[in-house]
Design a protein around this ligand. Structure first.
Ligand SMILES: Nc1ncnc2c1ncn2[C@@H]1O[C@H](COP(=O)(O)OP(=O)(O)O)[C@@H](O)[C@H]1O
Ligand code: SF4
Ligand SMILES: [Mg+2]
Length: 376
């Protein structure tokens, strides 16, 4: 996988030896049930921000931006993450990459649990897990040339040595559709699309295996969006990259993803292969999201499900199913009992009482009885 185009173009001294990169799973990973072809596995991930403190500085109020999210992602695949603004997509991406401290849960990367390793140890993995941000204007230093922006971290992480530096950066620029003479130029001289290419080149210069793309085309003109998406797809095929692709644009997610996760108020409410999510949509929230997308065929009748009201505050989310205040299928149980996130059909997960089995209901009843006993 790491024998990629960059290697062909220049002699690269890679800090991470090949045998280490392709190392077998750790005993710990095998015990935890992580598969050989799984690159990233997230288990019950939580990121809670403190938003209120007592007079003495003790945290008393939390915003649960990511609340118990689990999924796994195979090497070379793309997971699309969708959901309305504020549902925790960016926070999840940043927490996986340890740009935020993890509040709880586990993040397994290449068979290693990385959420609790020391910063020093995580720094070794950092080049391998990169993020591309939404705003290509804010994420580029105006004082550095394009060449410096792309090459600096690669040099620092010893992905390339000084002797081969320029040749290497030019090879990465070529892959990302950037002209060689841009090397000496500054970011302000470029359009949004070209700036995003620079950001992508900067991430790929570190030879990552996992790239978290956070709304990478949302700030760009529609015509440019397609070029960037297609380039990301081509780079994935060429380099064997694995993407977590965050977007609120369902057509983009449909185009690029192998699997799709739908988030609502910090929780994953539905997850599955693209085919299952789009052709056998289970969760009422996903149905509402999909029905809001216009169909470009006048003969297709739109059965719109209108999402009622605003998203509730994540500081004080509704009890039971967090979506119950806006759901057109809401039942009594939904108002008090949070639905289990479970596999409804092979490879298709959902958290909704509409899919409760008799065993699930028995489980909820037992939990409620224990609660009552504890209160007495
Ligand atoms: N640093 C922070 N401190 C407190 N709250 C935050 C912080 N970052 C994000 N949030 C809150 O977390 C929630 C999720 O935000 P975010 O991950 O940016 O959502 P999305 O990317 O889906 O739009 C929002 O309610 C947001 O206001
Ligand atoms: S659990 Fe109930 S309220 Fe929540 S999505 Fe399902 S039907 Fe709607
Ligand atoms: Mg975001």
């Amino acid at each position: 996988m790491r024998e990629n185009e960059f290697d062909k173009n220049s002699e690269i001294e890679n800090e991470i030896p090949m045998d280490e990169v392709n190392a077998p799973l750790t005993v710990e990973a095998v015990e935890a049930g992580i598969g050989e072809d799984v690159l990233l596995e997230v288990r019950n991930l939580k990121k809670h921000f403190v938003v209120g403190k007592s007079f003495f500085g003790k945290p008393i109020k939390w915003l649960k931006a990511v609340d118990n999210v689990s999924f796994s992602l195979k090497k070379g695949k793309t997971l699309g993450i969708v959901g309305e603004s504020g549902c925790g997509k960016t926070t999840m991406g940043r927490t996986i990459l340890r740009l935020y401290d993890v509040t709880g849960g586990e993040v397994w990367f290449k068979g290693q649990e990385v959420s609790q390793v020391s910063n020093k140890e995580f720094d070794k993995l950092r080049p391998n897990m990169q993020m591309i941000f939404q705003d290509p204007y804010a994420s580029l230093s105006p004082r550095l040339t394009v060449g410096e922006i792309i090459g600096e971290a690669a040099l620092q992480h010893k992905i390339v040595d000084k002797k081969n530096y320029k040749e290497y950066v030019l090879s990465v620029m070529k892959m990302c559709g950037l002209q060689p003479h841009y090397f000496e130029r500054y970011p302000h001289e470029f359009s949004g699309g070209q700036r995003q290419r620079i950001c992508i080149a900067r991430a790929l210069a570190l030879k990552p295996e996992l790239v978290i793309c956070d709304e990478p085309v949302s700030a760009l003109d529609v015509s440019i969006q397609a070029q960037i998406i297609n380039m990301l797809k081509e780079l994935q095929a060429e380099l064997g990259l694995t993407y977590v692709f965050i977007s609120h644009d369902l057509s983009v997610v449909k185009h690029i993803s192998d699997e799709v996760g739908v988030m609502y108020l910090g929780s994953m409410v539905e997850f599955g292969t693209k085919d299952k999510i789009f052709n056998n949509t289970l969760h009422p929230y996903t149905k509402a999201l999909f029905s809001a997308v216009p169909v470009p065929n006048p003969h297709v009748k739109m059965n719109r499900v209108i999402l009622k009201g605003d998203i509730p505050s994540p500081v004080n989310p509704p009890k039971g199913c967090k979506f119950h205040t806006r759901c057109d299928k809401c039942m009594e149980i939904c108002k008090t009992v949070p639905p289990k996130y479970k596999q409804v059909e092979e490879g298709h997960f959902c958290a909704c009482h509409l899919y409760d089995t008799e065993e699930d209901i028995a489980e909820y009843e037992t939990a409620a009885a224990i609660d009552v006993e504890a209160q007495d």
